[in-house]
Design a protein around this ligand. Structure first.
Ligand SMILES: [Zn+2]
Length: 237
């Protein structure tokens, strides 16, 4: 979604479609770090932004709460989640457990066209990395997460795929809070090395590289303290 105009929904659309579109748009904003951890998400603001009822806005926020991306607090409302250092460690521990499994399943099924798609995604990431500006930076964060999500979709397991969507989005929140370097959370050469191993059908190496890669992302985190955000800044596009 590029503008709020794109996000507007006609009232004739079915409620579940509306909820899903709002959820996806908010999730993208969280992944791309346009919405910072701790940002207040009031039902009326969300409803106004997407031109839908508060009921629909509430349903979308509840769906995001199930994914761990939003905290709903009694009497205070909904906020973008603010993961603790312990949660951050658990998110990456979960990724270390499931991503090698995804990679193995993906390696069994992957077609040459899909390998080309992965390479294209990587080229897009590299192109965005060379560009300046916030929108390029956001697109790059999204593309680096998409690499992991594409592998999950190639694995053909829808449950794993959904689980990865949650983990990638929650990782993005953790990196926004605790990341130390301003560069991409995912090293590009590491993604390329994983694809090369897949092309050689060397699954063991691909899995070892993936574990290294996740460890590198985690090693860049400083889990001792939290960054503070300006709430106004978080809402600016
Ligand atoms: Zn990565």
């Amino acid at each position: 979604m590029n503008s709020s105009a794109d996000m507007r929904l006609s009232s004739s659309e079915p409620a579940d479609t509306g909820t899903q579109q709002i959820r996806d748009a908010l999730r993208d904003a969280i992944i791309e770090r346009r919405l910072a951890p701790g940002t207040k998400l009031s039902e009326s603001d969300v409803g106004d932004l997407f031109n839908v009822s508060r009921t629909l806005a509430r349903a979308a926020l509840q769906a995001l709460a199930y994914e761990g991306l939003v905290n709903v607090e009694r009497n205070r409302g909904a906020f973008v989640a603010y993961p603790s250092p312990d949660e951050a460690r658990q998110i990456f521990a979960a990724r270390r457990l499931i991503e090698p499994g995804i990679l193995k399943s993906a390696a069994e099924r992957i077609a040459p066209a899909q390998l080309r798609q992965l390479r294209q995604l990587l080229a897009e990431e590299a192109r965005l990395m060379s560009e300046r500006g916030q929108s390029a930076r956001r697109a790059e964060i999204k593309a680096s997460g998409d690499f992991h999500l594409m592998l999950a979709s190639i694995s053909g397991n829808l449950i794993m795929q959904r689980f990865m969507e949650e983990l990638v989005a929650r990782s993005s929140l953790v990196i926004a809070l605790y990341g130390q370097s301003s560069t991409s959370s995912c090293g590009h050469s590491e993604h390329a090395d994983i694809i090369s191993a897949l092309e050689r059908q060397d699954v063991d190496t691909a899995c070892a590289l993936m574990l290294h890669h996740i460890e590198h992302i985690e090693a860049d985190l400083d889990l001792r303290e939290r960054k503070s955000f300006d709430l106004k800044e978080a809402f600016q596009r």
